[in-house]
Each structure stands twice: as structure tokens, then as C-alpha cells.
Design a protein around this ligand. Structure first.
Ligand code: ADP
Ligand code: MG
Length: 140
């Protein structure tokens, strides 16, 4: 299995409830090392840029408003098969459809306020990591 890096974001609904530690434990329990991490408050421009791929979707404006409603924790997770492994432990976008024991099943408030983001492919992971981190910030 390849060692990969993926971009994770702990979203405002989760930081508001101080769930950062509990969510980070989920990553570490499955062998995803937190190789970089920063707590920030996104600007609207930064949120719109990050989610540009969704700019034509009906939920785009609300999503960006939600993402700037409080702090987020941006992080690089590193480990074997990190991209798919993180998506697996995150669970489905809509917590109502998420498997038992996943982060979204256990913590998400709604399809929008669903606690975590995770890159969905190697290409997206590289792009999303570089959106927030320099290579020198990442220590695996
Ligand atoms: P994922 O985060 O699982 O990769 P998407 O990339 O499809 O999901 O969507 C990005 C984010 O947009 C979701 O995590 C969620 O916060 C929000 N979102 C997606 N679909 C909806 C929807 N139908 N209504 C409201 N918000 C949504
Ligand atoms: Mg996505």
C-alpha cells in the first residue's frame, strides 16, 4: 500500500463543540498521522476558492457561509492509503447515510454541517494540501 497524504478539515460545527481531539483520535487509531495542522478562521474568499469545484451547486453559498461561521482545523494526514482510508472513516456526506462508527455518523449535525472534509483523489489531495500548506510545514 502506498504512503499517501490527504487534506483534512475539521469544520466549524465540530470546532464549536470542541471535538478536535476526539476526531484526531479517530485518525491516529487507524494509522493516519497528523503531519501538519493549523487552526484558522477562513475568509469568504478562501472558502469560495477551496470549494470552487462546487460553485454551480445550489448549496454553494450556504456551504461557504457555514465554513466561515467559526474556526476550522486544516490538517495533512499521512499514512498507508490515506486518501481512501480517511474517506472510509469519515463516512457518507449525509450523516443519515453514514455507516455506524464513522466520524460523520457519530458527530455530524447535518448534510452541510458534517464535521469533516477529506480529499477524494490523489490529484485533489495534492491541490488541496498546497492550498493551505508549504512542503516545509509537513512533517510526516
Ligand atoms: P464530501 O465532503 O463528502 O466530499 P461533497 O464534495 O459532495 O461531499 O460536498 C462538499 C460539502 O458540501 C459537503 O461535505 C457538505 O458540507 C456540503 N454539501 C454537499 N451536499 C450538500 C447538500 N445537498 N446540501 C447542503 N450541503 C451539502
Ligand atoms: Mg468532496
Amino acid at each position: 500500500m502506498p504512503i499517501e497524504r490527504t487534506l483534512s478539515i475539521i469544520k466549524p460545527d465540530a470546532t464549536r463543540r470542541d471535538l478536535t481531539g476526539k476526531i484526531n483520535t479517530r485518525f491516529e487509531e487507524v494509522g493516519l498521522r497528523i503531519a501538519a495542522q493549523r487552526r484558522i478562521h477562513l475568509t469568504l474568499d478562501q472558502a469560495q476558492g477551496f470549494y470552487a469545484v462546487h460553485k454551480d451547486r445550489a448549496f454553494f453559498d450556504d456551504l461557504c457561509k457555514f465554513m466561515i461561521s467559526g474556526p476550522v482545523v486544516v490538517q495533512v494526514l499521512e499514512g498507508e492509503n490515506a486518501i481512501a482510508k480517511n474517506r472510509e472513516i469519515m463516512g457518507a456526506t449525509n450523516p443519515a447515510n453514514a455507516d455506524q462508527g464513522t466520524i460523520r455518523k457519530d458527530f455530524a449535525e447535518s448534510i452541510e454541517a458534517n464535521s469533516v472534509h477529506g480529499s477524494d483523489s490523489p490529484k485533489t489531495a495534492a491541490l488541496e494540501i498546497s492550498y493551505f500548506f508549504n512542503e516545509l510545514d509537513i512533517v510526516g
